[in-house]
Design a protein around this ligand. Sequence first.
Ligand code: UT7
Length: 337
Amino acid sequence: MGNNFIPLRIAGVGYSLPKTVIKNDDLKKLYETSDEWIYTRTGIKERRVVSGNETAIDLGLDASKKAIAKSGIGVDDIDCIISASSVPPQLYPTLACTMQNKLGIKNTIPAFDLTAACTGLIYALQVARGFIGAGIYKTILIVASDNNSKITDWTDRSTSILFGDGAGAMVVTASEDGVDDILSLKISANGSIGQMIQTNMPGQCCPLVEQADEVGSGKIIMDGKEVYKFAVTTVPKYVEECISMSGMKAEDIDYLIPHQANQRIIESIQNRLKYSDDKVISNIKYYGNTSAASIPIALAEGVEQGKIKLGSTAILCGFGAGMTWGGAVVRLREGIC
Ligand code: UT7
């Protein structure tokens, strides 16, 4: 980083989950499957989905409010909002603009969504780091509210077992004490393998012309085996690179807080780092894959449940459609969640 680069403080983290629980056995009403099949291959027992009057916008707002409250920073001191959802509840107005409105922010601060699928949180952290580092914005709300149930193909038993809804948020700000909470951060993409996870926009051509492409279903289409292979070959190595960039040794980092996609993928990273179970945060059993929201959910819930002691360090890592992936070694200060 340049000499004038302003360091970043992670000030607050929050999460929110829908109330409705769908257990593996419930899915038997949709197709032939079993709790045993799903659990042994993925580590998932249940997931949450929005229902009734509850929306993913509510979840995003709840997570944002919790992160802001923990940060101790006034809502009017936020000067940029980035939504990093993989599956935002709506395309327009963007989730970021909706959050600005619902949080009652009267200043016309910039608010925008970025899409990096399940790696969104790490991508947004890098963008926020650039803004803060260059002195462009001082305090940024990052939010991811993933409404996966909306685009899940509930007739496809190999993908619909995996996903759940949930939201996570982070407030990051210019560090007043000169200590940078980002010890290293790297993001990557490889569009040439993008076909592994696809969601084509639904819709049609102008009625005056011939339909050019097949109409998209708007549902997640995934080559699970290929994604699995990609994840276990790319992510553990990448995590090691991020650790080495941070100047730390794997054994000196307190926790691994990975994207919750599949317990076996989490274990592949754990084995590479030779971490004991108490250093690895996994809640996939209860929430499935909540995309970009999964890392802040795992972090804030881990603290709540006493699995994570603050005043520590952690490696965050994510991967997802694109394909995209990213990792960050971060400092977790007292009081952030
Ligand atoms: O952030 C996005 C990240 N995405 C991921 O991390 C996905 C990574 N991939 C995976 O986790 C695994 O590929 C899955 C868990 C999705 C699937 O496991 P798999 O071992 O790759 O299974 P498969 O799709 O190759 O299916 C194997 C068999 C098939 O039967 P046949 O053709 O061998 O007779 C499927 O029809 O298992 C069958 N099957 C099921 N059986 C019972 C597929 N889904 C189910 C199911 N219940 N839910």
